[in-house]
Design a protein around this ligand. Structure first.
Ligand code: APR
Ligand code: PHB
Length: 392
């Protein structure tokens, strides 16, 4: 049996940042990740960082590459009826967002771990959590060679995403789950094509929602609303571009630059929260505790906000034997989580075509779009949620 202070399950943005923050405080940490280092570094995810996320990464000295390669955006466009309506984020809120892929943040965090000589155990299997309702939980797992290990710790951080084992390790009767599954998904592509606009375009069209985002000035990231169970194999590159051009057309004219498609995939959309985010000495963070549909671009930002609170709480617990912050952890995080849940749901309902919607829902949706675009009060509300709220 090996003794450590905190076992972190999962090396996505939540687990890696938590490990970084705890290790800066001198806390003893073991990070267990089921995938390989290469897989984790390349996994394609969303790419929008709130101001607070950017500020934190800079504060930690992790913002170098983001400053050089990230794209600061001071607004985005709502496009409907073929016309653009700019939401002037910075003018309305004084803050901005930065386009910088989640996997780039993951790479920066892995590089920082390696530079410090802080290990991450990749390709582990059979991770199992025990005695979570005691002050000395245990974690058993097999390493990449199949050798069994047992960790004796003070706390376990469940940062293993929506499909991980941490949340299911809490007794069912202790967790309340809030869930919404949407009747559509996003088909996403990455293409070697210059973005057609310097800012993101959230496009509402009668054939379905579309989002024009980017990863750099040379690479476009584009999304299309498709039915929930859509098979990616039904979408040839030509069909994808034709549908994108139809939805994004301005006055009937094609409005997107095309180029070779490098990656394509379909992502389901759901909203999900498990409460509380703590059970005994198990603390859930990031996607393990909550999921948002990507329309509000909140997933990674929420994960980062969670672990910022959790790192302080666990440091207090394991270094100073103080439990006030761990006791408050779930309530502190859930306030931000529910704000993001509402905003992501709101943006999703605002922009997508509901296959079960009737004429009334369509009319009120269009009215809400026009109101959001034309009222300073309404666009300020969207802008302040979109750029995100400061940490603490
Ligand atoms: N044992 C060890 N590791 C596991 C296990 C397990 N049983 N199950 C899952 N993992 C790992 C996954 O391989 C992944 O690397 O946990 C990690 C979870 O990372 P993410 O899914 O990226 O979740 P999180 O760190 O909370 O980040 C949230 O990710 O899904 C996006 O949009 C979401 O941007 C948000 C962000
Ligand atoms: C992305 O670039 O992947 C992205 C941007 C904004 C969103 C969702 C995804 O709302």
């Amino acid at each position: 049996m090996v003794r450590t202070q905190v076992t972190i399950v999962g090396a996505g943005p939540a687990g890696l940042l938590l490990s970084f923050l705890l290790r800066l405080e001198g806390v003893d940490v073991v990070v267990l990740e089921s995938r390989s280092r290469e897989y984790v570094r390349q996994r394609m995810r969303a790419g929008l960082c709130e101001q607070a996320t950017v500020d934190l990464l800079h504060e930690l000295g992790l913002g170098g590459r983001m400053a050089a390669e990230g794209l600061r955006h001071e607004g985005f466009s709502l496009r409907f009826d073929g016309e653009d309506h700019r939401i002037a984020l910075t003018e309305l809120t004084g803050r901005a967002v930065t386009i910088y892929g989640q996997q780039e943040i993951v790479k920066d965090l892995i590089d920082a771990h390696e530079a410090h000589g802080w290990p991450v155990e990749y390709e582990v299997s059979d991770v199992d959590l025990h005695d979570l309702d005691t002050e000395r939980p245990r974690v058993t797992y097999r390493d990449s060679d199949g050798v069994a290990h047992e960790l004796d710790c003070d706390a376990v951080a469940g940062c293993d995403g929506f499909h991980g084992i941490s949340r299911p390790s809490a007794p069912v009767s202790e967790l309340k789950v809030f869930d919404r599954i949407y009747p559509f998904a996003w088909l996403g592509i990455l293409a070697t094509a210059q973005p057609s606009s310097q800012e993101l375009i959230y496009n509402h069209h009668e054939r379905g929602f579309g989002l024009a985002s980017m990863r750099s000035t040379e690479i476009s990231r584009l999304y299309l609303q498709v039915p929930a169970d859509e098979d990616i194999n039904d979408w040839s590159d030509d069909r994808i571009w034709a549908e994108l051009q139809t939805r994004f057309a301005v006055h009937g004219e094609a409005a997107l630059n095309e180029g070779p498609i490098i990656v394509k995939s379909v992502t389901p959309m759901r909203s999900f929260v498990a409460e509380p985010m703590r059970f005994g000495r198990l603390f859930l963070a990031g996607d393990a505790a909550h999921i948002v549909p990507p329309t509000g671009a909140k997933g990674m930002n929420l994960a980062i906000a969670d672990v910022r609170v959790l790192s302080r709480a666990l440091t207090e617990l394991v270094q100073h034997k103080r439990s006030e912050l761990v006791d408050a952890y779930s309530d502190i995080c859930l306030r931000r989580v529910w704000r993001a849940e509402h905003f992501s749901w709101f943006m999703t309902e605002l922009l997508h075509i509901d296959p079960y919607g009737d004429d009334f829902s369509r009319r009120v949706q269009l009215s809400q779009l026009r109101y959001t675009a034309s009222s300073r009060a309404a666009s300020t509300s969207v802008a302040e949620n979109y750029v995100g709220f400061p940490h603490d």
